[in-house]
Design a protein around this ligand. Structure first.
Ligand SMILES: [Ca+2]
Length: 155
């Protein structure tokens, strides 16, 4: 994962609440400071603002179970891992042709190293649906106050 450039940190810090900088759309966290000074992103989410969106989505997709595999859909595709990434487009589950946009085995999304899961999720969110690619996001997280999800994380 690319380390967060200092300029990005500064830009994020200066971004007004609700400016939509990066993934932040719910306000204050983009300019949050703590008593110890400016907060720093957790290493897992470095370079990835708005971590609470992902924490909320991951919880409602998989209950944070990195080994979760969803039931097959009508085409035999399944969702894999903490972000429930679908074999339909994003990874190869070895069962049928797949676009495999993230160029990885779906099994790679079932271990405790979520670096590759995050990398693929970052690719997915670039697609036209954005976070809407995740049903859990739309049903449980979108438009909600998500600050509780990361309030103790010092993101
Ligand atoms: Ca993984």
């Amino acid at each position: 994962m690319r380390p967060l450039a200092q300029q990005e940190v500064e830009a994020r810090r200066r971004a007004p609440p609700g400016s939509g900088y990066g993934f932040i759309s719910h306000g204050q966290r983009g300019r949050q400071t703590s008593e110890d000074g400016p907060t720093r992103p957790h290493p897992r989410f470095r370079g990835w603002s708005g971590g609470q969106r992902w924490v909320c989505t991951a919880f409602h997709e998989s209950r944070f179970d990195t080994s979760a595999v969803g039931p097959p859909d009508s085409n035999g595709n399944r969702d894999y891992g903490i972000f429930q990434i679908s074999s339909r487009w994003w990874c190869d589950n070895g069962h049928r042709p797949t676009a495999n946009v993230c160029e990885t085995s779906c099994n790679a999304f079932l271990n405790d190293d979520i670096t590759d899961d995050i990398k693929c999720a970052k690719r997915i969110v670039l697609d036209h649906q954005g976070m809407g690619a995740w049903v859990a996001w739309k049903e449980h997280c979108k438009g909600k106050d998500l600050s509780e999800w990361t309030k103790d994380c010092n993101l």
